[in-house]
Ligand binder design. Structure first.
Ligand SMILES: Cc1cc2nc3c(=O)[nH]c(=O)nc-3n(C[C@H](O)[C@H](O)[C@H](O)COP(=O)(O)O)c2cc1C
Ligand code: SF4
Length: 411
């Protein structure tokens, strides 16, 4: 289990002095001493991939933004819409200077004029600490003419989607827009805009200070570095942990999470927040983008909800599908109707109403709903349904007939 650079040795809040003492802001100084193009190349060779959900290669994204003429904008995406995820909040609250340094490096690499920290209005602790960090550094020689602003919006699931972030920064409702254009082409006020997850940015100071090779020494060839995992559910020690990419799932659950409670049986994991779908209880599944996908789940934002024999998968899938039905912002008819239908069908199945027809409809809708909206929200509801049927056929069969399963009886 690697616990390397994001969290450092101490878990408590790290002020500017403590951050500086462990080499903070050296990376920014280095970045400012070389050209923005050099910074882009270093990030490209590090192999860093986005930690906001999709795992898109950061260097390639940066090239895409820079291919469009400036002025350019950077948005630090700290909205963290997944209901159980805590990693970006943890970073903003406890490592605000690390997040700020990463954001400034990205802004330098984009030759940006504007930098926005974008987060939920409910997270006033993160907001205060980021504001304080920005105040400490404004006016110091490290800053080139760069306008830095915090934008806080009411918390919703879709508010973290990149075009919703752009809309919110422009003063509109934080709702996804139809693409194209994507923000890298035309984002805030038509400017090429980099929207980057907080954790992704927090990896940059290490990459710039220690070099891309050092970053690649941890993790796997295609998913280098560490990631922050939000571990929840049936483990003894839920929390946020920094682990090496590629760490086996069983090791994460045992070593970070302290294992399951005594006497309980491991039943599976809901991966990538609510978005990524279920995987079975396989301790060898690698915790990286490819490993999770091969197992039928998704690494997503690194959030893992562990299920034991007292967790009813139908109950969890019901919560997930209801969540997506409520969080659908209603712009796309197909998303609004079908997320609602999926939630109703899972609720029917859970109580044994509707017979085999319900399972068949779930399977059909599940496959047919992909990529039909302005954003990928429906895919999350689909993934939960599709993987529920695949990973937990016994529980599904039991609910179909009796309206309950062994976990319902146990709990
Ligand atoms: C419905 C939806 C919600 C999203 N919510 C978030 C979020 O809360 N935080 C986040 O960083 N990315 C979120 N994303 C992904 C962003 O659109 C974007 O890809 C990401 O911020 C890019 O950062 P990265 O390349 O560093 O991962 C969401 C995407 C979708 C489709
Ligand atoms: S797909 Fe759904 S959540 Fe996304 S923009 Fe359309 S209605 Fe809103």
């Amino acid at each position: 289990m690697a616990s390397v650079w994001l969290m450092g040795q101490v878990r408590a809040f790290e002020d500017q002095e403590a951050y500086r003492a462990r080499g903070g802001f050296q990376a920014l100084q280095y970045a400012l001493s070389v050209s923005p193009e050099t910074v882009v190349k270093l990030v490209q060779s590090s192999g860093l991939r986005g930690r906001g959900g999709a795992g898109f290669p950061t260097g390639r994204k940066w090239q895409g933004v820079r291919a469009n003429p400036g002025p350019r904008t950077v948005i630090v995406n700290g909205e963290e819409g997944e209901p159980g995820s805590q990693k970006d909040t943890w970073l903003m609250r406890n490592r605000p200077h690390l997040v700020l340094e990463g954001a400034l490096i990205a802004a330098w690499a984009m030759e940006a004029d504007n930098l926005y920290f974008y987060l939920s209005v409910e997270d006033w602790v993160a907001r205060q600490r980021l504001e304080a960090a920005v105040r400490t550094w404004q006016g110091s020689p490290e800053f080139w003419p760069l306008a830095v602003e915090l934008v806080a919006v009411p918390h919703t699931y879709v508010a973290g989607e990149e075009t919703a972030a752009v809309a919110a920064v422009e003063g509109e409702l934080a709702r996804p827009r139809f693409k194209p254009p994507r923000p890298f082409e035309a984002g805030v006020r038509g400017q090429p805009t980099l929207v980057q997850n907080v954790e992704t940015l927090a990896h940059l100071p290490y990459i710039l200070r220690e070099g891309p090779e050092a970053f690649r020494q941890v993790g796997t060839a295609s998913s280098p570095g560490t990631l922050l995992v939000t571990l929840r559910g049936a483990v003894q020690r839920p929390g946020v942990y920094e682990v090496a990419m590629g760490t086996p799932l069983g090791v994460v659950i045992e070593k970070a999470g302290g294992g399951l409670h005594p006497g309980r049986q491991w039943r599976g994991v809901l991966t990538g927040g609510y978005f990524g779908g279920f995987v079975g209880p396989d301790p060898d599944i690698r915790l990286d983008f490819e490993g999770m996908q091969a197992a039928g789940g998704s690494l997503g934002n690194g959030e893992l909800t562990v299920l034991d024999d007292r967790t009813c998968p139908l109950e969890l899938a019901g919560a997930v599908t209801r969540f997506f039905a409520v969080e659908s912002c209603g712009q796309c008819g197909v998303c609004q109707r079908l997320t609602k239908t999926l939630a109703e069908l899972v609720a029917d199945l859970a109580v044994g109403r509707g017979g085999e027809e319900v399972v068949q409809r779930l399977a059909r809708y599940g496959e047919g709903m992909r990529l039909r909206g302005a954003c990928a929200l429906p895919d999350g509801a689909v993934a939960a349904v599709r993987t529920l049927l695949k990973v937990f056929p016994d529980a599904v069969a039991s609910h179909l007939v009796q309206g309950r399963c062994e976990a319902c009886v146990e709990s």
